[in-house]
Design a protein around this ligand. Structure first.
Ligand SMILES: [Zn+2]
Length: 300
């Protein structure tokens, strides 16, 4: 359990709060990220994971795509209703000097561009929402996305802090606050002030020693009793790549007979790498010929 879903006592807002240190550390190590690209990818994975928990159907999935003109190029994350998350950053070597306030320059490596969310809810057409990036720092971009694309005003905070030697994730987490339809104005005013005065989220996670209930209290505990959140659900957000040999084989079949024949005749085998977890799958000539037969049947 690393995520809490809570609603305040006046029914004015709902909060999803997650500590995702393990998730962000795994992503950083798998992709060999620089400090700033680890922060960019970690923030994106954290928000995608929390959004995934908001999906209604068990088979529902969402994809978050951040495309910018900075050196990171693209960040992609997918999440499902069970809190399983995977993702990658197109250029994990992207790096820039820190900002003047000492923070990692995530907005710098992302640049100007767009944030797109694709929700596959098992319907004929997926839901797609796109907004221009606000500042590429990810949290404000998601805040803007919720307000503009989902008509869900609120606030998003995301943080990834690295160890002193910048090689591991020390603390990471985030929260999404959504204003509910019957919100009391007084509650929202108090909430806005609380969030405005909030310290760096990763420092608060450190103060709470990673304990979610403590963290919830540190963030919202100063609000008047009636506007404090009470926990509805304990959930989990964690890294899981669901790639498999079968999926990779399907991908090979889908490139078609002509290209597959070329691979067989020229390379006598194929090595495919999962872009999410970098696991390698090797198919020898014999296996490729079997797949070629499948591809041929598909085209009849
Ligand atoms: Zn994989």
């Amino acid at each position: 359990m690393n995520t809490l879903i809570a609603v305040d006592n006046s029914g004015s807002y709902r909060v999803t709060l997650a500590v995702t240190t393990d998730l962000c550390e795994q992503a950083m190590q798998i992709h060999g990220c620089t400090p700033t690209s680890a922060a960019a990818l970690g923030r994106t994975l954290t928000c995608a994971g929390m959004m995934g928990l908001g999906l209604k159907g068990l088979g529902d999935k969402l994809t978050v795509q951040i495309k910018g003109d900075g050196p990171a190029q693209q960040i992609l994350a997918t999440a499902d209703a069970l809190g399983r998350v995977k993702g990658y950053i197109a250029n994990p070597a992207a790096e820039m000097p820190p900002r003047s306030d000492g923070h990692l320059n995530v907005g710098g490596i992302v640049g100007k561009g767009s944030l797109t969310v694709i929700k596959d809810l098992g319907l004929k057409e997926p839901y797609v929402g796109t907004i221009p990036l606000v500042n590429g720092e990810i949290a404000r971009d998601f805040t803007q996305y919720f307000a503009a694309s989902e008509q869900q005003p609120g606030s998003v905070a995301l943080g990834v802090r690295l160890t002193k030697d910048l090689t591991h994730v020390a603390y990471a987490g985030g929260f999404i606050v959504h204003v509910l339809p019957d919100a009391k104005e007084e509650a929202l005013d108090a909430l806005e002030e609380t969030l405005f005065l909030l310290d760096d989220l990763t420092l608060l996670i450190q103060d709470a020693e990673g304990d979610l209930y403590k963290l919830l209290d540190i963030i919202f505990g100063k609000l008047p009793e009636e506007f404090r959140p009470h926990v509805l659900e304990e959930r989990s957000v964690s890294w899981l790549c669901d790639c498999s040999r079968e999926r990779m084989a399907k991908a090979l079949v889908s490139i078609g007979r002509k290209d597959l024949t070329e691979i067989i005749e020229e390379d006598h085998g194929a090595e495919l790498t999962c872009q999410f977890c970098l696991k390698k799958y090797y198919f020898d000539e014999q296996e490729l010929r079997t797949l070629l037969e499948e591809a041929s049947h598909g085209q009849d």
